[in-house]
Design a protein around this ligand. Structure first.
Ligand SMILES: N[C@@H](CCC(=O)N[C@@H](CS)C(=O)NCC(=O)O)C(=O)O
Length: 240
């Protein structure tokens, strides 16, 4: 089955949560924004105004499958998880994994807002002072709270805590991996300070990176390097 992923060509962004899931299951997919035909941004923008689409997406990432357009990162991962064994099969396990996915989505918004506290339509340079305040609060209060939460989820998993849910990988594990990788890029000093207190989260990080398909993907040109246009941006003045 072939999928089409629509996401902005130059950043990992929220598209990366989908790419990691597609790569882990070895899915056949086209990353439309990155096909290199010179119309990459336009190809992604087109899907948002597609004539005759039954489901109109508000924003990318969008996954096209069998003529349907699925949007909202957590929703796409709910679909892929069910289809490709990246989710528990029982009702409450499935809801729990999805709950964690939605929680990660909330975290991602907070991370984004450290460099865009006033609004997404202004450049970072236009909201520097507010970013500094926001990032301070994020680093001192919110980041420790988020990390402690996921450490606790792993510690209390009755199946042992190698993964967030049950005893097997879910899309939520892949997404947590991406958030930690991004935080290490964006806030290296804060993360160096906090990581030792969260050994289970960091062990999961290594476990995901060592998975054969994920490892191959991370080493490939398909993995876009972090940069200062995406969600996880390294501005030294926001770290500490
Ligand atoms: N809640 C949505 C957010 C989607 C979103 O904000 N997409 C960004 C890129 S990461 C975008 O292009 N937004 C355009 C806009 O909000 O106008 C999700 O999780 O997928």
């Amino acid at each position: 089955m072939g999928y089409r992923l629509y996401y902005w060509p130059t950043i990992e962004g929220r598209g990366e949560f989908i790419r990691l899931a597609l790569e882990e299951v070895g899915a056949d997919y086209e990353d439309v924004g990155r096909r290199g035909d010179g119309a990459d941004f336009e190809a992604v923008a087109e899907v948002l105004r597609r004539e005759g689409a039954a489901e109109i997406p508000f924003a990318p990432p969008v996954l096209e499958v069998e003529g349907h357009l699925i949007a909202q990162t957590a929703n796409i991962l709910l679909f892929l998880g069910d289809r490709h064994g990246l989710a528990p099969s029982d009702e409450f396990g499935r809801l729990w994994a999805h709950q964690l996915q939605l929680t990660i989505a909330d975290w991602v918004v907070e991370i984004h807002d450290t460099h865009h506290p006033v609004g997404a339509t202004l450049y970072y340079e236009q909201q520097r002072a507010a970013s500094k305040r926001r990032a301070e609060v994020f680093r001192s209060a919110r980041l420790p709270k988020w990390l402690a939460y996921f450490e606790r989820v792993l510690a209390t998993n009755p199946a042992g805590g190698d993964f967030l849910v049950g005893d097997d990988l879910t899309a939520a594990d892949l997404s947590l991996f991406q958030v930690i990788a991004g935080l290490r890029y964006a806030f290296p000093r804060a993360m160096a300070r906090l990581e030792p207190d969260h050994p289970r989260v960091m062990a999961l990080q290594d476990r995901v990176a060592e998975r054969p398909r994920i490892g191959a993907y991370l080493a490939s040109p398909r993995r876009i390097p972090f940069n200062e246009d995406g969600i996880f941006r390294h501005y030294p003045e926001l770290d500490g």
